[in-house]
Ligand binder design. Structure first.
Ligand code: NAP
Length: 249
């Protein structure tokens, strides 16, 4: 799918080729995976329209969303997002799964959940999908009925900051080098509070939603701003696609 690249060098670009050139785990810190966050937001900064994100994106945003999923070792999503968006398997498109296998990767990224309460949205399609690989991190014991997905549970020490602990275990026990966090705002805020965000993919939709829906991050005090460096800026159908990485200055 063709996008207009505005930065770094103006010109037309195929998003598939651009994402193929990504190396999401290349600069991962040794002790945890690199963490990228992906959101679509309205131009006034809201991340839902009618209570969900789906109506904010168009086919270009969907291409970016699934293209990013294809390139990461693991996905991380908040339990509310899983419930509201009714998560299913990570990659439904057989071509995407084949391309991953051709790169020597598992056909789908590992889906990671961190639950402080231990109460999972067990009714979502993800848990009924035999090919889905899921790991659940929680300081509590998680209720485990019979599910068809391949689910592994990791109990966290309640004394440890949960997201840093989960990410450490993803690196050491699961070999994960790059995680794509798909929100929502509470989970993103918690990652910022633990200072665990390396990169942001942000789609700005050409729409104003108004209202009091959530914005991209919320809920936690952050002692310092995280400064960002713009790596690319793309445009398609009046949507803007920004890729920011953390500036080390
Ligand atoms: N536009 C977009 O790109 C986009 C992306 C994602 C979501 N969304 C929208 O955002 C909304 C959901 O976002 P949300 O902010 O309400 O919830 P969320 O971030 O999806 O999930 C919050 C949950 O994450 C768990 N969690 C794990 N670690 C945590 C920590 N350290 N601190 C706090 N909670 C932690 C908790 O679940 P437990 O109760 O299990 O402990 C918490 O209730 C939905 O409406 C969804 O459609 C939009």
């Amino acid at each position: 799918m063709r996008f207009r690249q505005l930065l770094p060098a103006p010109g037309a670009i195929e998003v598939e080729a651009l994402l193929e050139s990504l190396e999401p785990g290349a600069d991962s810190p040794g002790h945890r995976p690199r963490v990228a966050v992906n959101f679509v937001a309205s131009s006034d900064g809201h991340v839902t329209l009618g209570g969900r994100s789906a109506r904010l994106g168009d086919d270009g945003d969907h291409a970016m969303f699934h293209g990013l999923r294809e390139r990461f070792d693991a996905l991380l999503a908040g339990t509310t997002t899983l419930r509201v968006e009714r998560y299913g398997r990570a990659l439904g498109d057989p071509q995407r799964r084949s391309r991953r296998e051709a790169r020597g990767e598992p056909p789908e990224p590992l889906v990671c959940l961190v639950s402080l309460s231990g109460e999972l949205p067990l009714e979502i399609p993800l848990f009924d999908e035999p090919e889905a690989r899921v790991v659940v991190f929680s300081p509590r014991r998680v209720a485990t009925p019979s599910w068809r997905a391949q689910v592994e549970e990791v109990q966290l020490d309640p004394e440890d900051p949960p997201l840093a602990a989960a990410l450490r275990r993803l690196r050491s026990d699961f070999g994960i080098r790059a995680v794509l966090c798909e929100g929502g705002p509470t989970l993103f805020g918690a990652l910022l509070a633990e200072d665990l965000v390396d990169e942001l993919f942000l789609t700005l939709a050409p729409v104003l939603t108004g209202g009091s829906g959530p914005s991209v991050s919320r809920g936690f005090e952050q002692p310092l701003p995280v400064n960002l460096e713009l790596k690319w800026l793309l445009e398609r159908n009046n949507y803007l696609y920004l890729r920011y990485v953390r500036a080390h200055t």
